[in-house]
Design a protein around this ligand. Structure first.
Ligand code: FAD
Length: 570
């Protein structure tokens, strides 16, 4: 696409992920246009996603976070970048914006043919006592990260509090732990990573505790305490967490001011409404990045997804179209990933909770495969949760936690969701395999086998959460542990009877048919065979999805060690 539109003037508000992508794409689409980026901060096109790793010291030089400079924008793209310039108003009729030079204080009007709004989002700051104390931070910009690093060094910070356990909070907590700082993580909800299902976030909590973090889940901050500087964070319970530094990361709000004042349409999800060409309710104004809401490819509803991938792609589309091109942005699946010390957690599409809220009847399946062939050294287990539409088998979402190999599996699943694939399609994927990388049955394919077996009705399945509910509700049912007696004694579900798979056929005369049975093994594979044997002999039987591994991840306190008096196959 190469348009020749005479001296079109394209103005861009915000010069980071979405704004910089929009401007450069606009240039590629239109060599003649005059393109100006207004950025109120001191840097253009910086890597905000890299900030936690600058705080940790893994990225040592601040300059490495600066992907472009105004000079390079000018030389390479003939784009005029004006730093410290804040856009304060839009006159849609006159096609002008009001711009304030933050250094001189001067205000000017700038004419546009096309305007692209990419002002991002700002961190939510709760109006709590002491929130403005030096030592209380948010982490959004390069100067934020620089100040945080300076304070860590100059105050010789030994204790820190992170408020909010979303992905930025976790990355900051990791950065503190890496530096030997006593780290307290406070989260209002009873789990980390609110966008994940609780049992999938649980291993992260256990891992952080193992790494020395202090978790305060289901806890709220009441105040930041200190005189001249921060001295501690007070929880609503009254507990005081002494700290020299606190980072508040409880979410972001889109920078809607300009759009609202200009009367642009704001949607139910709280973002600027755009069409698939990233055009707002004003045909000459485009918007992209954290400020917009876009269509979820899973639910068809409009959502806000403040992530860098969508911001860059939306910016590209907005830039191309503003410059006279014709591109569309299809929507988002919602894929994210976070490293927490030695674990990685990732999610694509919907969690089980989100699927229910969206009105689906979700089919849920857990698998715990090795990330590569078990016989090749160094393999580690992945915990995978797949969520599909019980009616159609379409994959709706996936969550994966593990030490390695998480990233490529979540991306395969994200691609599957993007393509509208079903659990049966996952069974047929043709993925790369050699022992150091994967298994002949890749974890994604294995997850597909298990979910598709369930979907086709080849096996009845119960999830750990459902089993716990049934047991708690006093439902009459028998739980059989088909692992070896040694594994059983090492830890089993309360009330479960030991019935090793190898002896199951010979023990059938001791299992009456009146009670429904749930069987489990470590990950669900041996118990799948047990299910088949029992079902063949006329038993009403379900397999525990994810086996003992997922059970103990979901309910670490509901594990019994040692023998129990009962045991069918002993
Ligand atoms: P921004 O990148 O926020 O840029 C908006 C710019 O507009 C800002 O520089 C702002 O100063 C400027 N601006 C606002 N209003 C005006 C105005 N009126 N006039 C002039 N300029 C204005 N996402 C991921 O996908 N993966 C990650 O690992 C990840 N890590 C992150 C870590 C941190 C610490 C942070 C803060 C974010 C992270 N994100 C991550 C989110 C990602 O960075 C954002 O989704 C993305 O930057 C949004 O791009 P944007 O262009 O819409 O907004």
């Amino acid at each position: 696409m190469q348009m020749r539109t005479e001296s079109m003037r394209i103005l861009v508000v915000g010069g980071v992920a979405a704004g910089a992508s929009a401007a450069t794409k606009a240039r590629r689409a239109n060599e003649d246009a005059e393109i100006v980026i207004f950025e109120r901060g001191p840097y253009v096109s910086f890597a905000n996603c890299g900030l936690p790793y600058y705080v940790s010291g893994e990225i040592q030089r601040m300059e490495d976070l600066l992907l472009m400079t105004p000079e390079r924008f000018a030389e390479r793209f003939r784009i005029d970048v004006r730093l410290y310039h804040e856009v304060t108003g839009i006159d849609r009729e006159a096609h002008t914006i009001e711009v304030r030079d933050l250094r001189s204080g001067r205000t000017s009007l700038e004419r546009y043919d096309r305007l692209i709004l990419a002002p991002g989002a700002r961190p939510i700051l709760p109006p709590l006592p002491g929130i403005t104390l030096p030592g209380v931070f948010t982490l959004t910009t390069v100067p934020d990260a620089e100040r945080l690093r300076e304070v860590i060094a100059s105050r010789q910070v030994r204790r820190a509090v992170v408020v909010g356990a979303g992905f930025i909070g976790l990355e900051v907590a990791e950065a503190f732990l890496k530096q030997g700082i006593e780290t307290h993580l406070v989260e209002k909800l009873p789990q980390l990573m609110p966008q994940m299902d609780a049992e999938m976030a649980a291993p992260l909590a256990a891992h952080l505790v193992d790494r020395g973090a202090h978790l305060h889940l289901g806890a709220e901050v009441a105040a930041f305490r200190g005189g001249v500087e921060l001295e501690g964070v007070e929880l609503a319970s009254g507990e005081l967490l002494p700290a020299e530094v606190a980072v508040v990361s409880i979410g972001v709000r889109p920078e809607l001011g300009l759009a609202v004042d200009a009367g642009l349409e704001i949607g139910a999800a709280g973002g600027v409404v755009v069409d698939e060409r990233m055009r707002t309710s004003d045909p000459d104004i485009y918007a992209c990045g954290d400020v917009v809401e876009v269509v979820s490819l899973v639910t068809g509803r409009r959502v806000r997804l403040p992530l860098a991938g969508p911001a860059n792609k939306e910016g590209r589309v907005a830039g191309a179209n503003a410059a006279g091109g014709d591109m569309t942005f299809p929507g988002v699946v919602g894929t994210s990933i976070v490293r927490v010390c030695d674990l990685t957690a990732a999610k694509t599409g919907l969690s089980e909770r989100e699927a229910r809220l969206a009105g689906f009847d979700p089919l849920v399946s857990y698998t715990n495969p090795m990330d590569h062939a078990g016989y090749y050294p160094g393999g580690r287990r992945l915990a995978i949760k797949l969520v599909a539409d019980r009616q159609t088998g379409r994959v709706l979402g996936a969550q994966i936690v593990g030490a390695q190999g998480v990233d490529k599996r979540i991306d395969v699943l994200a691609t599957a969701i993007y393509g509208g694939m079903s659990v049966e399609d996952l069974e047929g994927l043709d993925l790369a395999y050699a022992p150091p990388y994967s298994s002949a049955k890749d974890p994604v394919i294995m997850a597909g086998f298990v979910a598709a077996n369930e979907w086709r009705g080849e096996v009845d399945v119960v999830t750990p959460l459902e089993l716990a509910e049934r047991l708690d509700g006093g439902e009459p049912l028998r739980v059989l542990d088909v692992r070896t007696p040694e594994e059983y004694e090492d830890g089993h579900i309360p009330g479960a009877e030991s019935a090793p798979l190898e002896r199951l056929r010979d023990s059938l005369h001791r299992i009456e048919k009146s009670l429904p049975i749930t069987v489990y093994c470590l990950v669900g594979y041996r118990s799948y065979h047990a299910c088949k044997i029992l079902a063949h002999h006329g038993y009403q039987v379900r397999n525990l999805s994810g086996g003992f591994m997922t059970w103990s991840q979901a309910f670490p306190d509901r594990v019994v060690r040692g023998r129990e008096p009962v045991g069918i196959g002993r």
